[in-house]
Design a protein. Structure first.
Length: 179
């Protein structure tokens, strides 16, 4: 198990970079999020780094903050007052913004990975930015170069820990997460 290599103060959240989990993956970044505001601030930082074709796998238990993070991400690129319903029952919501489309998937109720094709997930991956809640339900359809944002409970009821990990060029891109 790797020990933290560095700590960076980011507003009221701390970031610690740890060693690589597997060859080709960016080092994990652990972010302490003391409250919902810090979760929203992280979402806005991630949104500023996002490019067309990016896939964000939002992992965590029920109530861990996946939808809160997705809403803040979407609002930071669209309209801060935008209505952003959870796609739990519709499976997918799409949002236009200045340079493309954000696809927000909630796969909690999806029965098998192949069902994602019917939702237009291949189009989403090629044409926009995809935010996917319950990404483990995609199985082999989840791109290897996605950024996983795994949310777990923190030390207080409102606190969360976010673990960011990904392949592709995420290591270089996440260097700007503190800015």
């Amino acid at each position: 198990m790797a020990s933290p290599a560095s700590r960076i103060k980011m507003g009221n959240a701390r970031i610690a970079a740890s060693g690589k989990r597997e060859a080709g993956l960016a080092p994990d970044i652990i972010i302490e999020l003391p409250d919902e505001g810090a979760t929203c601030a992280l979402a806005a930082r991630l949104a500023r780094l996002a490019r067309s074709g990016d896939v964000f796998a939002l992992a965590g238990d029920l109530g861990s903050g996946k939808t809160t993070l997705a809403r803040a991400f979407i609002r930071s690129l669209t309209d801060p007052a935008a209505e952003v319903p959870s796609p739990t029952f519709t499976f997918c919501q799409a949002y236009d913004f200045d340079y493309g489309i954000i696809w927000h998937f909630d796969l909690y109720r999806m029965e098998k990975p192949e069902d994602a094709v019917e939702l237009g997930i291949e189009q989403a991956f090629s044409e926009g930015i995809s935010l996917i809640e319950w990404p483990e339900r995609l199985g082999r359809w989840l791109p290897a170069d996605c950024l996983t944002v795994a949310l777990t409970d923190g030390q207080t009821p409102d606190a969360r820990l976010a673990r960011l990990s990904g392949g592709g060029g995420w290591s270089e891109r996440l260097g700007g997460i503190a800015g």
